[in-house]
Design a protein. Structure first.
Length: 597
């Protein structure tokens, strides 16, 4: 049996009660104990070494790409990479073959592992277009956890753990970059969340997230494993099955069998969900579909999402609209969604607290344990110190969030130029996100822990896409979106900046109307830009109100609920350079009409 690289994660797993459940497959009901996990990881490491012809020493730092569905096989494959001091490169099965080839080429993967489900996809990827074809191999499906007794050998020192994981950025502004997250960084991120969110062995986490993102991997997999929690995988996301799963523990056996019949999910008795973390679009979808649930299921879900059962509900990866937060709190009898801020390069960096007072609307809270954060003025490049959060003219002092600490990644894979560009000379990572800090009465008093003290952070948006400079004023696209989403006529929206000769940029909105919005305009017509401006008149300063509005049937989002605004602008409004030229032409015509030369 292969020895595993000693790490804090493996030491913790080895100490958990071996009879506790580590992983459940929600649809099949198959479950795997903590007592089996490291034995299965050891066997997977042994197969990996045999397959590649490598030794414990020579596999260190090698990249291992894999296409494996969410579940126990994925967990074992990822941990086998960490146990080998290799670098795990999880791939998204939803990506086209060309994108997967790019990642394999860029990472110079030694091997591509695939489960039976994705064997044909792996074969397609390996057929052509690779600079160096990696070894192709299948992952053995584990139907029952290993039955070995005794402990697996852990070798070496935990602080010397090499290897880790490499996740790829979304590539919204350039080709995706490989973000190298060493084992020690992943552990630091997990320990930070463990301290702040209090995962326990009693937690039962329902996992519906993709596993090629930091949210699904660190928040919902590595940290619960560190804590000894149970992870139940239900992927891909299906809102009907999701609601039935929440309801199941609160239905009778006959009711469960009746409602699960034909639902492709296991009808056996299930434990209540105590921990659920997803993106805002999932929360919105759950709220939209809840009223149409069968009466018994709806009543059972009403009980399931109360705080005495669902102890923690988290929203992240995109801004949470206030109406969504309020509607969920109302539906769940006061279970307030907790918001946080993170990104691939840093894991989770800021979070609201467990105490209700520290779950501030529109805020992402405070720097998490062991994370240092500061705000830096984007124009002057000076640090905005706490106590200087208001400018001389009374405005909020906005600055870029910069981070430092053991949870921050070490660099982009074989891209020293990009790495250097994203770090300051004194070692702070530049997130590119603009925020302000505000003291909120009753919050930040340490009720959620010593880390949650002082003024809270409020994100205004990305430095490039979400901060719109119009007529010398800076507008937060997220602030405008929050107000738009509070209107009953709006279902979804995205606020963007368009080139303007007169203003530099002008604020514009892309809107999906609600059913009410389809007939809310004058004479029962569709809600218009004029209606929008009237509705926002008493909510926003005039320069923040969108000058243009386009109504669309759908706003494309990625798997984490984020919008590529650069692509959206071109798709909805046209090429920005053409927009700029049209704006210039209009300005010239107006100037001529006024006799201006």
């Amino acid at each position: 049996m292969a020895a595993l690289q000693r790490s804090a994660l493996f030491e913790a797993i080895q100490k958990h009660n071996p009879d506790d459940t580590a992983v459940i497959h929600s649809l099949s009901g198959r479950s795997f104990k903590y007592g089996s996990l490291l034995h299965d990881v050891s066997a997977a490491k042994e197969r990996l070494l045999s397959l590649t012809g490598k030794t414990d020493d020579s596999i260190v730092g090698e990249r291992v790409a894999f296409l494996v569905e969410n579940g126990y096989d994925y967990v074992v494959t990822l941990l086998a990479c960490l146990a080998s001091n290799a670098i795990a490169v999880p791939l998204a099965p939803s990506f086209p073959a060309s994108e997967l080839r790019y990642i394999i080429n860029h990472s110079e993967a030694l091997v591509l592992l695939s489960s039976a489900k994705f064997a044909s996809k792996a074969k397609e990827v390996l057929q052509e277009g690779l600079d160096k074809v990696p070894i192709g191999a299948s992952v053995e499906k584990i139907t029952h956890g290993a039955q070995h007794t005794g402990q697996v050998e852990l070798r070496g020192q935990a602080y010397n753990a090499e290897g880790g994981m490499m996740l790829y950025t979304s590539g919204t502004t350039a080709r995706p970059k490989g973000v190298l997250l060493p084992t020690l960084v992943l552990q630091a991120q997990a320990h930070s969340l463990l301290e702040a969110w209090k995962y326990t062995p009693e937690d039962h986490l329902l996992h519906v997230l993709p596993l090629h993102h930091i949210h699904g991997t660190v928040n919902a997999l590595l940290t619960p494993l560190l804590a000894g929690s149970t992870i139940e995988f239900m992927f891909p996301f299906n809102v009907d099955n999701l609601w039935k799963r929440f309801a199941a523990p609160f239905l009778s056996k006959e009711q469960v069998n009746g409602h699960y019949n034909g639902a492709h999910t296991s009808p056996q008795r299930k434990e209540p969900i105590t921990f659920f973390t997803v993106v805002p679009t999932v929360w919105a979808r759950m709220l939209q579909t809840h009223p149409a649930l069968p009466t018994e299921v709806r009543q059972a879900t009403n009980e399931a999402i109360k705080r005495e059962h669902l102890r923690l509900n988290i929203s992240g990866s995109a801004a949470l609209p206030t109406p969504t937060k309020q509607a969920w709190s109302l539906l769940s009898c006061g279970n307030i969604l907790l918001e946080r801020f993170g990104m691939t390069e840093v894991g989770m960096a800021l979070s609201c607290g467990l105490a209700d007072e520290d779950r501030i609307d529109g805020s992402v809270g405070w720097p998490l344990p062991h994370v240092e954060a500061r705000l830096v003025d984007s124009d002057t490049h000076e640090v905005i110190k706490i106590g200087q959060d208001t400018t001389a003219d009374g405005k909020e002092a906005a600055g870029e969030i910069q981070l430092r600490g053991p949870t921050i990644f070490k660099g982009y894979w074989r891209n020293p130029e990009a790495t250097k560009k994203e770090f300051t000379h004194d070692g702070w990572f530049k997130t590119g996100d603009i925020a302000v800090r505000k003291a909120v009465p009753g919050a930040g008093l340490g009720k959620s822990g010593s880390w949650a003290k002082g003024p809270a952070y409020f994100i205004h948006g990305r430095k490039s896409a979400d901060i719109i400079k119009t007529g010398g004023e800076k507008v937060s696209a997220l602030e405008v979106e929050r107000e738009l989403l509070g209107l009953p006529e709006v279902n979804e929206c995205a606020v963007v900046g368009l080139p303007s000769e007169a203003w530099g940029q002008k604020v514009a909105a892309v809107v999906m109307l609600s059913d009410k919005g389809l007939t809310a305009g004058k004479g029962g017509k569709e809600w218009s830009a004029m209606d929008m401006r009237r509705a926002l008149k008493d909510k926003l300063v005039a320069y923040k109100i969108p000058q243009d509005m386009k109504i669309v049937e759908e706003i494309p989002r990625n798997a984490m609920g984020k919008i590529n605004k650069k692509v959206l602008v071109e798709a909805v409004f046209g090429n920005p350079e053409r927009i700029r030229r049209r704006s210039m032409a209009v300005a010239e015509e107006k100037a001529k009409g006024k006799g201006i030369k």
